[in-house]
Design a protein around this ligand. Sequence first.
Ligand code: DC
Length: 236
Amino acid sequence: MDTADRSDAPVIVVLDGPAGTGKSTVSREIASRLGLSFLDTGAMYRAMTHWLLQHGVDVDDADAVALASVKPVIRSGTDASGPTITVDGRDVSGPIRGAAVTAAVSAVSAVPEVRTRLVELQRGSAEAAPRGIVAEGRDMGTVVFPRADLKVFLTASATTRAARRAAQLGVDDPAGIAEILADIERRDAADSGRATSPLAKAEDAVEVDTSEMAPDEVIEHILGLVRERVAAVPSR
Ligand code: DC
């Protein structure tokens, strides 16, 4: 690929990493500052899970999930200033953050047919993005966009991530925090241990440990990486 090709191509920046690293906030802000589209792929797995639960599909029955997964019409609005997620035309941005979906989403996202379908939608979103996209998830750098212009892998210790999640939810009692930590560890194990597209750092990804960093520092650091490494840095 020569320089001329690169400058015309839409920019693709990907952020992968486990839950609670601040991926969503950071990715959205970076997209906004660079004038790029933004895609939260976890929201798509959550939207699929919500639809399956609503339609009485047993999420632990991989065959049933695979069969049903072709049915919901999932659409992601990728405007960084107001991303949206709909299923069959209905806004599901609230319910997909609920406990029922959070408990079931790891099982659903382990089903290969679900991944095939959502990966296709994710690539379609990138193709439709006028200037390029910032996409975040678990397998953006390894599977979905292996030729991304910049790959970042965000990490933070499980205890740091649990403390952040607890603060977001307003939970401050030790038992509540312990429960959040257990849930994070359970999801880490499920996401990293599944056979299809496990959570993994791409070989050419830059790892950023956010344990001791404020969100603004993470954003500035990644914007610095974009300036350093992306040939056609979007101006804005
Ligand atoms: O980022 P999140 O917590 O909203 O993601 C919800 C779940 O979706 C998470 O348990 C792992 C799964 N996921 C995935 O398997 N692949 C992605 N690209 C994004 C999320």
